[in-house]
Design a protein around this ligand. Structure first.
Ligand code: 26Q
Length: 836
């Protein structure tokens, strides 16, 4: 038996359990089973183990009644589960053998699983890493999200190079990792009327539409612990199946209309990161999810039989960006209208319960909702938001004890500063008026944090500056993001993990939970055999990627070249355009060389992957340019041995797991001050890939750890950005003069070197005119940095040492460190060991 309760986990018992599921759960015969069937049966067998641990964990939480943390996120980008569950349960070898006995290979079976892609990118994957770490650190934490029927769209690339979107029917086959809780149901109201009842701010909200929220629980096993935490996802269902009156009157469309509109709420993940606000369905998603989650959290608290004023001592609620900010007025509504508390007591509870993490300082990405829309969909909440403004709640201090004593108002602290008041208001004037969600999240929370040092500084000095001056700096902190080394090293790079264990003479169960142990690798940079093995593993990972490209695109990749990777959502601020223009520059340079000279340059294979928001025209045009540049240069006999380029369609967590271990260098080249943190930068470095980047986000802290000599930095720094943009606007210099190399590249694209030049004009014009993301300011130093990468890569012995040093210094970036910071400095929760 393993650390689990109940189930035998020897290979014989595992084989039996899998066969049992084939016969009973799947109702199939073990001898003509395909890989998919074998995956499903294996998953159901593993799930039995998870369920026992989940039950035990939840029982202990109920018995011990510790303070709990709740992570509210509209996105959980989980990827695949089977391999992770096996690793965390410590049953990988046993299942590998058991599956083999049944005539299947574990690798093939793992490939059968579809990704759970309920997220856009960094923010959603961060939530998934934090769940893994919470369970691994034995912290009592639950995630709350939505069970979208369709996750992030599947990306197809048309023959012209355009992104096409297809739905992601991830629930097509049954999902073995969720437990439907048909008995955990809440009513959620929309629209209707809110009538004030008295002068105390109380009101009654009636009428409108009621929708049911049904819980589905996803089990989150900890690594090497029995703790199995919970991710509760809500599904929307109509309260009454359909309207019988319409049905009987023969109005069949009308009969299902309201049921359709209820089901629509959790039908699809919004694929727009950083943009497009103001859609009614998105607002309904946000409220549906926050209302159901809060009702569930309050019900659990009420089972403890404590006075409601003690709620913040039992629950800490983390807001993942502003998406769940409606939880603040919703908790006010429940406390005032249903629990009948007075305003100040309610506000004291609220502001001691919530914590807000900001993930962006881009002005266009700050969430705002039109007042008329909130008034229509959530009339009671609009009243409460107005009351927060006019009852001056946020002018009260945050602790319950002195809520009544010290009433310092913004006006009292900064007399006659009307501009400041307007800047700080929850309501932005305009047509229409809009609610600033970041301001609401800030004033309604106990603490606020950014996700890397630079970004947290920018939060404090730009978007929330006035609030820092008013509330004091101590409310505004930083928690640098982290990644789980289980998925992002052990699972995706098993050979490297094994070499590390062997070299450190430590079982992986030790260093995977104390990642700073990787520092023990440093002395081995002088060990020739070790370096050779390190390099050989990277080479095999490159071959694995090449194999994948051959299977999916039918193209042969040159694995004796430097692998250069940029994989992330397409966005102007992330500057994939800078990268592709750099590739073109390299191509033109190679074309101008003699064959003899070409032989001396470092051969390079460039990989791109990433999705563009479906309505983001410039981002989609960037994909089109990349695909067409690839088409031309990969076919050019002069250069194709020296430079090739691939755009891998349909980027996903599982594709990242193949790409990241194979990279020699990865690019994180956002305009300084725009990328809050980045987390893939940490994943590449953990796998011994070097970093080419700007002085931005977590790149800075990575460089602090590994030493500047082991990263390739370029470009202007954050403080220069504002001035440069000013110059562009008021003292523009023609591109030919400012950056001739870039001008030449743009002209070649315009001239049609990669097909119809006019198609790309709108993209090229973003650089020629305004150049908001400063490509023309950073291009020359970018090209120089690429040259330094070539030079460093030519010294292969030294390169391997850099690679080892990089991995060795990545301890800080474990999500275990990050989740413990939240637990200690924010939520004030403690470990709850789960033992037999
Ligand atoms: C908002 C309103 C309507 C529709 C969609 C959205 C929306 C959805 C997703 C807005 C933003 C996002 C995602 C943001 C995100 O992924 N941010 C990234 O978060 C990472 C984790 O902190 C950071 O590392 C990245 O720097 C940051 O860009």
């Amino acid at each position: 038996r393993s650390a689990l309760r109940g189930l035998d986990t020897d290979v014989g018992s595992i084989t039996k359990s899998v066969v049992h599921h084939v016969q009973t759960s799947l109702a199939r015969q073990p001898h003509n089973l395909d890989d998919l069937g074998a995956y499903q049966a294996a998953a159901l067998s593993v799930r039995d183990n998870l369920i026992l641990n989940w039950n035990e964990t939840q029982l202990q939480y109920t018995r011990k009644a510790p303070k709990r943390a709740y992570y509210l996120s509209l996105e959980f980008l989980m990827g695949r589960t089977l391999d992770n569950a096996l690793l965390n349960l410590g049953l990988k070898d046993e299942y590998k053998d058991g599956i083999k006995r049944l005539g299947f290979s574990i690798e093939d079976i793992l490939e059968q699983e579809r990704d759970a892609a309920l997220g856009n990118g960094g923010l959603g994957r961060l939530a998934a890493c934090y769940l893994d770490s919470s369970a691994s650190q034995e912290l009592p934490l639950w995630g709350y999200g939505l069970r979208y029927k369709y996750g992030i769209f599947q990306q197809l690339i048309s023959p012209e190079g355009n992104q096409l979107e297809a739905p992601d029917p991830w629930l097509e086959h049954q999902n073995p990792w969720e437990l439907p809780r048909l008995d955990v149901v809440y009513d959620v109201r929309f629209y209707g009327q809110a009538e004030r009842l008295d002068g105390k701010g109380r009101a009654q909200w009636t009428g409108g539409q009621e929708v049911l929220a049904i819980a589905y629980d996803v089990m989150i096993p900890g690594y090497g612990t029995q703790t199995t935490n919970n991710l509760r996802l809500w599904e929307s269902r109509p309260k009454r199946g359909f309207d019988l009156n319409s049905f009987n009157a023969g109005n069949y469309e009308g009969a299902v209309e309201s049921s359709n509109s209820a089901e629509a709420i959790t039908s699809v993940l919004y694929p727009n990161d950083h943009t497009t606000f103001g859609k009614e369905l998105r607002l309904k998603q946000q409220y549906f999810w926050t209302a159901a989650s809060l009702a569930d959290i309050l019900r659990r608290f009420k089972n403890l039989d404590k006075p409601i004023t003690e709620f913040p001592e039992y629950a800490a609620i983390q807001l993942n960006d502003t998406h769940p900010t409606l939880a603040i007025p919703e908790l006010m509504r429940v406390l005032i209208d249903e629990e009948e508390l007075d305003w100040n007591t309610a506000w004291g509870i609220v502001t001691n319960t919530f914590f807000y993490t900001n993930h962006t300082v881009l002005p266009e990405a700050l969430e705002k909702w039109p007042v008329p829309l909130i008034e229509h969909v959530l009339p009671r909440h609009m009243q409460i938001i107005y009351d927060i403004v006019s009852l001056r709640s946020f002018f009260l201090t945050r602790t319950l004890s002195d809520a009544s004593s010290s009433r310092t108002s913004v006006e009292r602290k900064f007399p006659h500063d009307r501009e400041r008041l307007a800047r700080m208001s929850l309501i932005e004037e305009g047509q229409p008026k809009q609610v600033r969600m970041a301001h609401l999240a800030c004033i309604g929370s106990r603490k606020v944090n950014g996700v890397a040092e630079l970004h947290s500084d920018l939060v404090r000095t730009t978007i929330l500056k006035d609030f820092v001056e008013f509330e004091g700096i101590s409310k505004f902190g930083n928690v640098t993001n982290g990644i789980t080394p289980r998925r992002w090293l052990d699972q995706c790079n098993p050979e490297l993990s094994a070499l590390i264990s062997k070299t450190l003479k430590l079982d992986k169960t030790v260093w995977l939970k104390d990642l700073t142990k990787l520092e023990g690798l440093l002395p081995f940079t002088e060990d020739k055999a070790f370096c050779k093995e390190w390099a050989a593993i990277k080479q095999r990972n490159k071959e694995r990627l090449a194999h994948h490209v051959e299977l999916t695109l039918g193209l042969k990749v040159n694995t004796n070249a430097l692998f250069d990777v940029q994989i992330k959502r397409l966005h102007e601020y992330k500057r994939q355009t800078l990268n592709i223009l750099g590739v073109i520059h390299r191509y033109l340079t190679l074309k101008n060389m003699t064959p003899a000279k070409r032989k001396k340059v470092v051969n390079r294979v460039v990989f791109f992957a990433g999705k563009a928001a479906p309505a983001y025209y410039i981002a989609k045009l960037t994909i089109r340019l990349i695909v067409n540049v690839a088409r031309i240069i990969n076919a050019d006999p002069d250069t194709k041995d020296h430079l090739t380029l691939y755009f891998l369609p349909d980027y996903s967590v599982s594709l990242a797991e193949v790409l990241i271990p194979a990279s020699n260098i990865s690019q994180h080249i956002s305009t300084a001050g725009t990328e809050a943190s980045g987390t893939s930068n940490m994943k590449f470095c953990l796998n011994g890939g070097l970093l080419l980047g700007t002085v931005d986000g977590a790149n800075i802290e990575i460089a602090e750890e590994v030493g500047e000599s082991n990263v390739f930095f370029f470009g202007h720094l954050t403080p220069a950005v504002e001035d440069l943009r000013f110059q562009h606007l008021y003292h523009p210099v023609p591109l030919e003069q400012k950056c001739p190399a870039l001008a030449h590249v743009l002209n070649q694209v315009s001239a049609g070197l990669f097909g119809d030049g006019h198609v790309y004009e709108p993209l090229l014009n973003t650089v020629r005119q305004g150049d908001y993301y400063l490509l023309s300011d950073d291009f020359d130093s970018y090209i120089a940095a690429l040259g330094m990468v070539d030079e460093a890569y030519s010294d292969s012995e030294e390169w391997v040492k850099k690679s080892i040093r990089t991995t060795a210094k990545m301890g800080k970036f474990s999500s275990d460190r990050a989740i413990n910071e939240y637990a200690e400095s924010y939520w004030n929760i403690e470990k709850v060991p789960v033992t037999k």
